[in-house]
Design a binder for this molecule. Sequence first.
Ligand SMILES: Nc1ncnc2c1ncn2[C@@H]1O[C@H](COP(=O)(O)OP(=O)(O)O)[C@@H](O)[C@H]1O
Ligand code: SF4
Ligand SMILES: [Mg+2]
Length: 330
Amino acid sequence: MSNILQLQEVKKGFRWSSGLIHQKVSDNKGIWAVNDVSINIKDGKSVGLVGESGCGKTTIGKAILRLFPSLDSGSIHFGQKPKCVFDYSMKELSEYRRKVQMIFQNPDVSLNPRMPISNSIKEAVKIGYKQANKRELTEFVNMYLKKMNIDPKRVDNYPDELSGGEKRRIGIIRALAVKPQLIVADEPFSGLDVSIRNHILSIFMKIQEEDNVTFFLISHDIGVLQHLTSQIVTMYTGRVIEICPTTKMIAGQAVHPYTKGLLAASQYDLSITIGWEPSRSDTGGCSFHERCYFYQKQQTPKRLICTNNMPLLLPVDREHWAACHFWHEM
Ligand SMILES: Nc1ncnc2c1ncn2[C@@H]1O[C@H](COP(=O)(O)OP(=O)(O)O)[C@@H](O)[C@H]1O
Ligand code: SF4
Ligand SMILES: [Mg+2]
């Protein structure tokens, strides 16, 4: 099975602003929001991304969509194209942005406040259904509204006249109507009530199966990811610390102590495990050591291995990787 998207050692930092002085992340004048992240997404095999707030999930989503002028290093490749998406011409970029859609955590980002909802949806449907005539376009718009349980009378309204849940669903319609190959969905269910969440999830599952759309689904809720994804990537302080098949993860076979802690403590809902801001200072070792139960139980020699050496992401088995020096001893 071929890759639809490949992130290779992607690094993206943000500098603390200080007037005209050029600050460097490497001089501790900022943070690496995403640090050496490599992820492969195979065509038709959706991938989930979990991790607590601030670990770099949205930055990865934005990097995939090329919403930054550049990366600090690394590359992102779409399909079989040898060019990194950051090297695309404007024409290549616009074609790419049709094939890869993003559903934003904040729906206001993708809706024009001065455009009635009907026009926003039509704009997307026209891209996805190029051959359709005027009457067919209206039919497609109505089909999507029905799919998302939106009252057709609401489409003459402007975004600020809609509820948060309605705006979220309009954002989803816009992404689906373009008929993309890959959808990057950033916390698409947060703040929605359970019945709407389940409804949207079932639509995602249907289009994944019927229209061969692949998802890169960012969520706090592993319970949601299990229905749609084949593989779950866990991030901590900007780095990938585990890549695990979804079935193994749900069966409690994740091996990294952070992933295991998330699953055990939260009953799959990561949002309630956020107790404190993890340290992002780069000591050269494992950034999780202050919270790691295994590390806390060890004597100095093992502790030094954890604090002085960055654990690499290494195979646990053919489809499972973890970045921990001692997972096999736990
Ligand atoms: N535009 C920005 N400028 C400065 N810092 C940013 C910016 N965007 C994100 N960050 C920082 O990068 C880190 C990762 O952010 P983000 O990718 O939004 O995390 P998540 O989506 O996992 O909550 C956070 O510490 C955040 O404060
Ligand atoms: S490398 Fe060490 S500190 Fe980090 S998770 Fe593994 S045991 Fe814990
Ligand atoms: Mg985010």
